[in-house]
Design a protein around this ligand. Structure first.
Ligand SMILES: Nc1ncnc2c1ncn2[C@@H]1O[C@H](COP(=O)(O)OP(=O)(O)OP(=O)(O)O)[C@@H](O)[C@H]1O
Length: 339
């Protein structure tokens, strides 16, 4: 199936550094990632792993005064990384739609919904006002807003959180972009609304034949929605595969830890696994070796590669570092591991 999907975005050797004090520190490290048409690719990891920075780097949204970027992000033949702002604006909204976590901050409180959804159309099309209005109402309808003519005239504060996120999605799909980048699109919503928004994203992906990058810290969201999954830790992809591969046969200790830390149905949470430690700040991040090693201290040094590389463990399923090969959690015997 994957071989049939055409590549939309090809990220190669992408590095992002932030200036903190007098120095630059790595936030994204040598990321290689393909996003295909007709797929939902989830990027998962704890807070601070670099998911948003990856999206912002690709979209040219970082402040050049405190960041540096190297590598390429080839979108249908154009490298987005070194594009000037004016050139990037031809892609944003038209070819690539963006959905952010907090719909309220994505919307202007002083503008009516219809006007805001129309803005992308004003920028990218020559439609007259009447055609635009029809299109906006159709878009509101497509994202599941039941009374689009009425909502067209309302202000953001008059809508619920779920409705506002539907409006933001309508804005993102207004020009039928080939790629949608959704950064934690359901995090600010309650659980039942989350499921509806994920269903909507899936419908849009199928209907518009686009590719979607779904950034989330919530593996539950991924299991329901994604075709492929990239697991990020400390700015690196540590595991990549189909959702089935990553969920059914997870390899990297980080992926396995995230899955173990997921609440299970019927559990009261008492037996929830807690991953030791936390994602280090950029300043404290080691600059080589297996960056997850400090959080699995029972694994002997020699089990890690000095410069962990990606290994293909089955077709399309990649894992970083060799430490996955014998990895066990302490309650599986991991503490006596290697003795
Ligand atoms: N402008 C910035 N200047 C300095 N450091 C930054 C900047 N933006 C992000 N960082 C740091 O880069 C790392 C990655 O952050 P990022 O927001 O990309 O992670 P994330 O996985 O998306 O987490 P979250 O879901 O909490 O946003 C973090 O250590 C963060 O503190």
């Amino acid at each position: 199936m994957d071989a049939l999907r055409s590549s939309l975005l090809k990220i190669e050797n992408l590095n992002t550094y932030f200036k903190i004090g007098a120095n630059f520190y790595s936030a994204i490290r040598n990321v290689d990632l393909n996003v295909n048409r007709d797929e939902i690719l989830a990027v998962v990891g704890e807070s601070g792993c670099g998911k948003s920075t990856l999206a912002q780097t690709v979209m040219g949204l970082l402040n050049p005064k405190d960041s540096k970027v190297s590598g390429t992000a080839d979108f249908e033949g154009t490298d987005l990384i070194n594009l000037k702002e004016a050139e990037l604006n031809k892609f944003r909204g038209l070819k690539i739609g963006m959905i952010f976590q907090d719909p309220l901050s994505a919307l202007d409180p002083l503008k009516r919904i219809g006007e805001q959804v129309a803005e992308t159309l004003v920028y990218h099309t020559n439609d007259n006002a009447e055609t635009r209005k029809k299109r906006v109402i159709s878009l509101l309808d497509q994202v599941g807003i039941h009374n689009p003519e009425l909502i067209f005239h309302e202000f953001p504060h008059q809508l619920s959180g779920g409705m506002r996120q539907r409006v933001v999605i309508a804005m993102a799909i207004a020009c039928e972009p080939d790629l949608i980048i959704a950064d934690e699109p359901t995090t600010a919503l309650d659980v039942t609304i989350q499921a509806q928004i994920l269903d909507l994203l899936k419908d849009i992906q199928v209907r518009n034949h686009c590719g979607i990058v779904l950034i989330t810290h919530d593996l539950g969201v991924v299991a329901e929605t994604a075709d492929r999954v990239a697991v990020m830790y400390a700015g690196q992809i540590v595991e990549l595969g189909t959702a089935k591969q990553v969920f059914n046969t997870p390899k990297h200790p980080y992926t396995r830890s995230l899955l173990r830390a997921m609440p299970q149905k019927g559990s009261n949470g008492d037996d929830l696994y807690v991953i030791q430690g936390s994602v280090p700040s950029l300043v404290k991040m080691p600059d080589h070796g297996d960056l997850f090693a400090p959080r699995i201290p029972w694994v002997k040094d020699e089990e890690h590669e000095e410069n962990p590389s990606m290994h293909e463990v089955e077709d399309g399923h990649f894992v970083r570092c060799t430490c996955y090969q014998n990895f066990q959690f302490p309650d599986e015997g991991g503490q006596t591991y290697g003795e």
